[in-house]
Write a protein that binds this ligand. Structure first.
Ligand SMILES: Cc1cc2nc3c(=O)[nH]c(=O)nc-3n(C[C@H](O)[C@H](O)[C@H](O)COP(=O)(O)OP(=O)(O)OC[C@H]3O[C@@H](n4cnc5c(N)ncnc54)[C@H](O)[C@@H]3O)c2cc1C
Length: 396
């Protein structure tokens, strides 16, 4: 029985603690006044904690082979979650607790921890020193806790108000690790030129991410137009790629197609003219686009709202086609404060993924989102946090 300390009472740290407590004396340190603060806001409060299709192609990482090794344990970990009482509900490929309540997922995890683990909250780790074989873990208030084995499960710096602010990255660098650039992912994108007037509009659209002029990713779904830029699940899914490109100094823009089903724009205009040629362009499109968006599209195309549809010149029709089918939004950055995860972190290559032990420092284990693994929307990130926490906690 070893003295194990786990830093971080989130998804990965709690599961690591549940498993490690079967064999060891475990202390869980958390900077917040309660555990699992981030779990409560996952999946809009419903905790999309798993996916029926957990495969490496839905993740971004520095070491795909190692990730595949990790993910091969998915069935074992899913059974473990069921064994502590989690009853799943599938909606498409997404899996939620049957209650569709993130609070119930957190309660279940806390129940499995109960009486088996010493929990210390309001303990913000500020420094870790290795003294002989021991780790000395110091809080910002000068307290010191000693460990024979240490698990770092402190998350990334996405949405720092939940507690994970990236404070362990430099500490792990001091213990010999390197760090891949940590950037927001699954995040809203901030536009270079803001369009405050379209705030609040939600539309079905397809989008293409362009990096240095090359189309690199496409998505389709609901896009939310915000005062600072664009948001929504399909934007989230390209935001990691956008962040990495921006970090390299590339030019990044997104084109939005607001009528993705449309095959032929000229035919579309001809058919609108047949029924509404004698009315203003504004009137002829009002049943298709919300007003706020319509006005932005007409301004983008430099067409007066009152101009009759029949009187549009071929040049104006081309501009309208560009506005509706490839509206360009130049991207300045992604938003950490609203990001669900971070891309980048401690390289998976620096970890033995069978045990999650660091290759740089013996008896140090690193799990969860602090590692360079981030998944798409759909339960992939909680699943990785659970699988990595489970493996480390079972083996150490
Ligand atoms: C709004 C939102 C919605 C999301 N929805 C989903 C979803 O539906 N499905 C999905 O799969 N993923 C979702 N995610 C992502 C998912 O929540 C994370 O990937 C996952 O929680 C990461 O778990 P973790 O244990 O690695 O880190 P965290 O859950 O971030 O836990 C880390 C813990 O460490 C503590 N800590 C940090 N630094 C210190 C320190 N210095 N000292 C002491 N303690 C410290 C933090 O306070 C925190 O409690 C969402 C994220 C957000 C923000």
């Amino acid at each position: 029985m070893a003295k194990v300390v786990i830093i971080g009472g989130g998804a990965s740290g709690i599961v690591a603690a549940i498993k490690a407590s079967k064999k060891h004396e475990v202390t869980l340190l958390e900077r917040n006044d309660k555990l699992g603060k981030k779990i409560l806001i996952t999946g809009n409060g419903r905790a999309n904690y798993w996916n029926t299709l957990i495969e490496s192609k839905y993740y971004h990482t520095d070491d795909v082979m190692a990730l595949e090794d990790v993910l091969s344990h998915k069935d074992e970990v899913f059974s473990f979650l069921s064994s502590i009482g989690l009853y799943p509900k599938e909606i498409g490929n997404f899996i939620y607790p049957y209650s569709k309540s993130a609070a119930s997922l957190r309660e279940l995890l806390l129940y499995a921890l109960q009486d088996k683990v010493k929990i210390i909250t309001n303990f913000k780790v500020q420094e870790i020193i290795k003294v002989g074989k021991e780790f000395h873990i110091k809080s910002k208030d000068g307290e010191c806790i000693k460990a024979e084995k240490l698990v770092v499960a402190s998350g990334s710096k996405a949405m720092p108000k939940t507690g994970s602010d990236g404070s362990l990255y430099p500490i792990l660098e001091n213990l010999g690790h390197t760090l891949h650039p940590v950037l927001p992912s699954l995040a809203p994108l901030i536009a270079k030129h803001k369009v405050p007037s379209w705030e609040g509009v939600r539309v079905d659209a397809s989008l293409t991410l362009h990096i240095d002029g090359e189309a690199v990713m496409q998505e389709e779904g609901e896009v939310q137009l915000t005062k600072n830029g664009i948001s929504g699940i399909c934007i989230f899914n390209v935001s990691g790629e956008a962040s990495r490109a921006l970090n390299k100094g590339s030019q990044v823009y997104i084109t939005l197609h607001f009528l993705p089903f449309l095959e032929n724009f000229a035919a579309f205009i001809r058919s609108r003219r047949t029924v509404m040629g004698n009315v203003s362009i504004e009137k002829s499109l009002e049943s298709i686009f919300p007003y706020k968006l319509l006005f932005v599209l007409l301004e983008y195309a430099s067409i007066e709202r009152e101009k009759k549809l029949d009187l549009l010149s071929s040049e104006e029709i081309k501009r309208l086609e560009r506005a509706i089918t490839s509206f360009r939004v130049d991207i300045a950055s992604a938003d950490y404060e609203k990001a669900q995860v971070c891309t980048g972190g401690i390289p998976l290559k620096e970890i033995d993924v069978h045990t999650f032990e660091s290759k740089k420092s013996k008896n140090l284990y690193i799990v969860g989102e602090i590692l360079d693994v981030d998944g798409n929307c759909g339960g992939y990130n909680l699943a990785f946090a659970f699988i990595s926490g489970y493996l480390a906690g079972s083996i150490l």
